[in-house]
Design a protein around this ligand. Structure first.
Ligand code: SAH
Length: 213
């Protein structure tokens, strides 16, 4: 097994800092969270490489750089309450837990949700709650949120998520289908969403409704 702490430091320098990630809190969180604990054992040695990895149920843990871009865009404050849609491995959830006060994360695959809960318990994260369900509807009972991070691609901006942003809320979400997806950054200004198009990306689809798991 390679030295994973050294691999993590190298990831932060060569994949994040040199590509323009500069938010000290984001860089610190990514130096701290053991990404190797969020990937299946067979992929642990590759945990700090510059690409997504399979996590089961045909899903993937996102490339570290893209996670950093999304986190940096949200300009999280230590007092923020955050919603994450698409817990997956729980890696981005743990980073959010380092950067914000409270994290509500929703995942449609019960097995992935359960696995993530176990990792959070093992690593001692107490400010995270994982729900199983359709995250395109958000979590109306727990909102509104200061920030929302969506890590599966939506066909369009889900109205329920916009409705759960507080008056200065921010959301980062991949929008589009197949090969044609782009991150959209949404900021609420006087009750209206202001949208900025950002990086081209490739995420698994946000599956809404009652499609088979
Ligand atoms: N941030 C995660 C990304 C996982 S991939 C990580 O780095 O591990 C996206 C996840 O979104 C998958 O686990 C998928 O099951 C989940 N997903 C897709 N549609 C969803 C929906 N409507 N509600 C909740 N989760 C959803």
């Amino acid at each position: 097994m390679p030295d994973l702490t050294a691999a993590r430091q190298l990831m932060v320098e060569s994949q994040l800092r040199t590509r323009g990630i500069s938010d000290a809190r984001v860089l610190d969180a990514m130096l701290h969270v053991p990404r190797d604990q969020f990937v299946p054992a067979a992929y642990r040695a590759q945990a700090y490489e510059d690409h997504p990895l399979p996590i089961g149920d045909s899903q993937t843990i996102s490339q570290p750089y893209i996670v950093a871009v999304m986190l940096e865009s949200l300009q999280l404050q230590p007092s923020d309450r955050v919603l994450e849609v698409g817990t997956g491995s729980g890696y981005a959830t743990a980073l959010l837990a380092e950067l914000a006060a409270e994290v509500f994360s929703i995942e449609r695959h019960p097995a992935l949700a359960e696995n993530a809960r176990e990792v959070f318990t093992r690593l001692g994260y107490k400010n995270v709650q994982v729900f199983t369900g359709d995250g395109s509807l958000g979590l109306p009972a727990s909102g509104p949120f200061d920030a929302i991070l969506v890590s599966a691609a939506a066909a369009g901006l889900p109205p329920a998520l916009i409705a759960q942003l507080n008056e200065s809320g921010r959301m980062i979400i991949p929008v589009g289908t197949g090969d044609s997806q782009q991150l959209q950054f949404v900021r609420m200004v006087n009750g209206s969403p202001m949208i900025t198009a950002r990086e081209l990306v490739r995420f698994v689809p946000l599956v809404s409704g009652n499609s088979d798991v």
